[in-house]
Design a protein around this ligand. Structure first.
Ligand SMILES: Cc1ncc(CO)c(N)n1
Length: 225
């Protein structure tokens, strides 16, 4: 992504945080095949709740769209997240006897709520598309980066129970989508005032930190499912 200077600098600055994500107990155990199904099930439930709320970030973004191009970015992101990402997750949930409808009333854990509140704040109170995309980007880009790394380091992970999920996020489809989002974010962040650019970097970084907290949370399973 060297042709995307703003986004590349954001990613470079946050690689240490993403490295820390890879070192979390949850991802280490996923990588070495010792993750308990309880933890994984709990992650899937939490992430399903997360993705439901994540959709609302785009809704806030849409209220501020001033061009059709911006509008299209939001709905293509929304449909990618809701349709592509959902397939594997729903299959796993089904294996656990959980239907999407059954989990909707569960509360979000505090780390999850805090992350979503941070993104919603950026999308609702920011000036426009740049702030909204900065809030959404660490989620997408860090997943692509993390799962590609995990697969490179431990190719055997693809033959484990968690292989399907890893391959989804490490695969060319997700990578292409990440690239498109990064290009869109680059365009939205080109030519911003230094103050606004700094605010955008702060949003991106805060959201990377929340990704880390989310992974840390996942080492301990929920007790209500
Ligand atoms: C918490 C979280 N971050 C990122 C992604 C990738 O979309 C996800 N599914 N969940």
């Amino acid at each position: 992504m060297t042709d995307l200077p703003f986004v590349s600098a954001l990613v470079q600055a946050d690689l240490p945080v993403w490295e820390q994500c890879l070192q979390t107990e949850f991802l280490q155990k996923m990588e070495n095949g010792t993750l308990s199904e309880d933890c994984f099930k709990s992650y899937l439930v939490e992430d399903s709740l997360y993705l439901r709320e994540y959709a609302k970030i785009f809704a806030w973004g849409m209220t501020k769209a001033t061009t059709m191009a911006a509008m299209r970015t939001y709905y293509s992101l929304l449909s990618f997240v809701q349709e592509n990402e959902d397939l594997t997750r729903l299959r796993y949930l089904e294996e656990y006897g959980l239907r999407e409808a059954d989990i909707q009333s569960l509360p979000l854990r505090p780390e999850n709520r805090a992350y979503l509140d941070c993104m919603i704040d950026a999308a609702r109170n920011g000036e426009g598309e740049a702030e909204c995309l900065m809030a959404c980007l660490p989620c997408m880009l860090s997943y692509g980066w993390l799962f590609q790394k995990l697969l490179q380091r431990s190719p055997a992970v693809k033959d484990t129970y968690y292989g399907a999920l890893v391959l989804d996020y490490a695969g060319p489809g997700y990578d292409a989508a990440c690239r498109a989002w990064a290009e869109r974010a680059e365009a939205a962040c080109t030519g911003l005032s230094p103050e606004r650019a700094a605010r955008c970097r702060a949003i991106f970084h805060a959201c990377s930190e929340h990704e880390l907290h989310f992974w840390e949370m996942c080492a301990t399973p929920r007790t209500d499912i």
